[in-house]
Ligand binder design. Structure first.
Ligand code: UDP
Ligand code: MG
Length: 328
């Protein structure tokens, strides 16, 4: 995870704590930066006055995004710019931003303004009313996104829901309002292949949906072509579901069924029909050897699964609140 910077959130989190932070990962978003900051700052001021910060993480852009951010840092108040050493991908950029954010409430938003910063105020209201720790945006509609992207996202969430023991909300975006305790937990999770939506769900506490309509990008192109979406989907499945590891045991189990069926069929042929000599023995030994291979693979995959989930170092449990009697 980029070494010290992520793990040493305290270095990033230097300024005096604010009541609201807005965290934005930016990758080649130069043209949108001024408008992005203007709208974020307006919205944050409506909620918290001057007591806010906008944290912009430049994820190794090559188009002058950093210059655009630097200009705004000089021109305006309450802006924090973080430049990563290269393109780490949105999930890591977001983590860097969360490590730096000091807000009691933290809003995460995309730089292309597909999620409106003006929703901060209604989201804060929902959070207060429901006593929630996370208010996550759930897309009612997605303007300007292809039929393929919308459909594949639906299928992805459906599969993930059945494959994972966590309830990762369908059609949720990274557009979220979180309390500082959730933000700190996410920033501290050391796993490398990050799927923030899943990680936020894994933290627990009260999480409520906030329905919204997703706008079109204000400028530039999507940074998520199909290949990157597939990568993200694989990360999500590997990190949150043991289903891929269970493929070898499942195929081994299927082979047992095949072995029994072929044996019964061979016996029947041997008794009642003419058969080519050697067919049954070849077939059965082939299936038995395949079974043995898959069975040993299954055992190895169980071990690897344990090691993999173990090395994530996710906390075993997270305490919501502790009460003590007065004399303690
Ligand atoms: N992004 C990033 N690093 C990347 C890719 C994307 O920081 O490697 C940012 C990007 O600038 C934007 C957000 O992640 O703020 C979402 O990306 P995009 O809008 O391209 O995704 P889409 O909305 O098309 O799924
Ligand atoms: Mg976008």
């Amino acid at each position: 995870m980029g070494g010290n910077v992520i793990n040493n959130g305290s270095r990033l989190r230097q300024s005096r704590p604010k009541s609201v932070s807005i965290v934005v990962p930016c990758y080649d978003e130069k043209d949108g930066i001024p408008e992005l900051i203007r709208r974020c700052q307006k919205s944050a001021s409506d909620v918290a006055g001057d007591d806010h910060e906008i944290v912009l993480v430049d994820d190794g852009s090559a188009d002058g995004t950093w210059q655009a951010i630097s200009l705004e840092v000089e021109r305006r108040r309450n802006i924090v710019g973080i430049r990563l050493s290269r393109n780490f991908g949105k999930e890591v950029a977001l983590t860097a931003g969360l490590s730096a954010a000091t807000g009691e409430l933290v809003l995460v938003i995309d730089a292309d303004l597909q999620d409106a910063p003006e929703l901060l105020s209604p989201m804060v209201e929902v959070m207060k009313r429901e006593g929630a720790d996370v208010v996550y945006g759930q897309r009612r509609t997605r303007a300007g996104e292809s039929w393929f992207k919308t459909k594949s996202a639906n299928i992805f969430y459906l599969l993930l829901k059945h494959a994972s023991s966590l309830s990762i909300p369908a059609d949720s975006a990274d557009f979220k309002l979180m309390t500082s305790r959730v933000v700190k937990l996410i920033a501290q999770m050391p796993e490398r292949d990050r799927f923030i939506r899943g990680m936020v769900a894994s933290v627990g506490f009260k999480q409520v949906a906030f329905l919204y309509d997703r706008d079109q990008r204000i400028s530039g192109q999507t940074k998520y072509p199909v290949s990157k979406l597939i990568r993200l989907a694989i990360d999500a499945f590997l990190a949150f579901s043991p289903i891929l590891l269970r493929l070898s045991p499942a195929s081994a189990a299927l082979l047992v069924v095949a072995i029994v069926a072929v044996s019964v069929y061979s016996l029947y042929c041997w008794l009642y029909l003419e058969v080519v000599p050697g067919w049954s023995s070849l077939m059965i030994s082939f299936l038995v050897v395949s079974f043995l291979e898959l069975a040993s693979l299954s055992i190895i995959s169980e071990y690897i699964g344990r090691i993999y989930f173990g090395t994530k170092n996710r906390p075993l449990f997270i305490v919501d609140e502790i009460k003590r009697s007065a004399e303690l």
